[in-house]
Design a protein around this ligand. Structure first.
Ligand code: SAM
Length: 296
């Protein structure tokens, strides 16, 4: 079911298109050599504090985040049968609008798009026109700049598989209601054009678990704002203590919204999958936790 070039001998290989896009951006930032020599021996900056921190995070952690999303979309070990199936069905055709928060430099969304594209290319998914509008929010302007660069260079590659993207972005502070109101209004300004809405929250726990109390009101606000839309929220995290605590807090908050949401929770069950890091040339290991909230 999964193309050999992406999953072989129990090892995940990232899409050539994603790697090319990523490496070109590393080259333009003058960071390719730094990324190739990175030994994975820091805990990994959260990113976003300032431009230097953002570029470092992009060079060290981008492929780790994209590997987690890829493992979910392809689901080679059948850990995520329900959520992965939902993703395939949502991203098969039509008009979809994604809110990517905090977007960082775009590892999550780029991996989602290129893996859907790979599945279309190998005829594992139907090749029907798919229009995706993406709105990114992050408090780091430098992350948003890189985000837009990589989506711009991905655009034509995705169009070969009839995936048409447009994107916009806004500086956003997850602890601030005013900034979130403006984010939500802009994201939904052409609401009537889309059949489905997606809120992608990938690798939020690094900052989100320590600051959960500061962000909780904003999470309530976002979910209330979309309560009459066909909207799915997906949280994808590494299998860490911080992430478990973040997801547990989010699930507690969700009890307030649960009247209109159903929750699905799937994980790699503490097992770690192997993936090839084609920049450092190492085989790395990761685990994934996924929570999905969708309308009844
Ligand atoms: C680990 S990155 C996640 C990026 C991306 N979603 C991914 O999958 O790789 C975390 C992001 O959170 C952003 N961030 C940290 N605090 C924030 C806040 N208060 N409001 C909005 N974004 C914040 C940082 O700028 C950083 O880009």
């Amino acid at each position: 079911m999964i193309p050999n070039k992406l999953w072989n001998n129990e090892i995940l290989y990232q899409s050539e298109n994603l790697l090319e896009t990523y490496k070109n951006e590393l080259i333009s930032l003058g960071m390719l050599e730094y990324a190739q020599l990175f030994k994975g021996d820091t805990s990994g900056a959260i990113g976003g504090e300032n431009e230097e921190e953002t570029i470092k995070h992009f060079s060290e952690r981008f492929l780790t985040s994209s590997a987690r999303m890829q493992f979910l979309v392809l689901d080679p070990k059948k850990y995520f049968s329900q959520i992965s199936k939902d993703l395939h069905s949502t991203f098969s055709s039509g008009n979809i609008s994604i809110l990517d928060i905090p977007s960082g430099t775009g590892a999550g969304v780029l991996s989602l798009l290129f893996n859907i594209s790979e599945l279309r290319n190998s005829t594992k998914l139907p090749r029907l026109p798919l229009n995706i509008s993406i709105f990114a929010g992050d408090y780091s302007e430098s992350a948003l700049n890189i985000y837009c660069n990589i989506l711009e260079s991905a655009k034509l590659k995705l169009e070969r598989e009839l995936i048409y993207i447009k994107y916009d972005r806004q500086i956003w502070d997850a602890s601030d209601i005013k900034s979130t109101t403006s984010l939500m209004k802009k994201w939904l300004k052409n609401e009537e054009k889309y059949e489905e809405f997606y809120i992608l929250m990938s690798a939020f726990s690094g900052v989100g678990s320590d600051k959960y109390k500061t962000f909780a009101g904003v999470f309530d606000f976002i979910q209330n704002f979309v309560s009459d839309l066909h909207c799915t929220t997906i949280l994808i995290e590494p299998n860490t203590h911080k992430a478990k605590s973040f997801l547990a807090e989010f699930a507690k908050s969700a009890k307030k919204w649960i009247k209109w949401l159903i929750r699905k929770e799937e994980t790699t069950n503490d097992e770690r999958f192997q993936w090839k890091d084609s920049v450092t040339n190492n085989i790395a290991k990761s685990g994934v936790l996924v929570n999905q909230y969708s309308r009844v």
